[in-house]
Design a binder for this molecule. Sequence first.
Ligand code: PGA
Ligand code: ZN
Length: 437
Amino acid sequence: MQKISIKKITAREILASASYPTIETTVTLSSGVIGKASVPYGVSAGSHEASVIVDNKKSRYGGRGCQKVVSNVETKILSAVRGKKIKNQRELDDLLTALDPSPRKTKLGGNAILSVSLAFARAMAVEQKKPLYRYIKQSLQSPIIKNRKQKIKKLPVLEYSIPRPMMVVIEGGKHGENSTDFQEYLVCPLKNIKYSDSVRIGIEVYHALKKVLKKNKYNTNVGTEGAFVPSGIKSNETPLKLIVEAIELAGYKPGVDVGIALDPASSEFYFPGKKRPYFLACENKRFTALQMIKYYEELLVKYPIFSIEDGLDEDDWDSWTSWCKKFGQEILIMGDDLTVTQKKFLEKAIELKAINSILIKPNQVGTLTETLNTIALAKSSGFYTIVSHRGGGDTNDTFIMDLAYAVGSLFTKVGPSRGERVEKYNRMLEIAEEVGR
Ligand code: PGA
Ligand code: ZN
């Protein structure tokens, strides 16, 4: 393949969905072709994620400005890569990671590095006259992708022709004040139907849920991801009842047409050192890990839940192993804060048999190539991948949808409303039309 070089990189502060700045970067190749990308940040980020460097200058955006990383891109990164002959994505990303080999990319900022990596990918796709998803697919090198063939009892389909929506419809925890302890309740159209129909079904359930919430005297304001945040809710189970009612009201069969997924994001209610470290404030209940698992088990019996992400704390590894041993044939046991899209944590999870699926967020690791390396390992180990937005502050950038399609992700986790979320569904609708799904 012909080598290319980078002529120019510019970056700037833009606003992310939660109205704090993030970075948007534009890469210009020697041919004059440009590519632009912006990066999101999380609000309940795992503690091992790649860093999001902010200015810490209280006089601007309460310390959350991004001038420092903008300058890192335009000076340190640009001077290290400008004019160098680059063969492919891997070569650029190797250069970037060599510039900041710290474990969490704290020298230049995970946000600075990822913005360059993704903008370069966009430019290269244009250069090679390919849709972005095709360029990403070609960047996903060996090991050979092998999808899981093992049956998950509560998930009727093993593979989809295109990633399906895993739509957040109720949010609590750090995403919505005075609501549930669990961070996300999600609905997922399960059948292998036309992509546009699966989006429609998810959205119809979301609208039906609004009616169900109103009927039950809950407010219908939305949180950071565009899902409802019913305040004053007294149990983490209640949303499940309401969602089942909404699925039926929309005319679908719970567990057959539409399944439910949970992201308790339990690191947020885990208090290490306590005898019963898991604390569900809205129910005033304290649990050991075993009791927490028992709590989930009761929910699994009563509701069509087929996936639980971060059901246990990000450092509670031993409990994850027992959890996955017991339920790994029944539902998706998914790591997010546990694995933070990084190969080294996924390797540990494989060794400890702690999960059977992994959430993928490029900004948890910091370059496209490292994201693809983690995905390749997950796939060759027979794990499912689910590509996800960020709850904290996302942007209109739809890169993750091209990524999800390129790697054959099972689902995409994205909220059901707000511009920066629907833009992502709209991009996948476009891809689906292009590829005839
Ligand atoms: P985030 O949370 O706000 O950190 O992106 C989303 C999640 O935990 O999946
Ligand atoms: Zn999560």
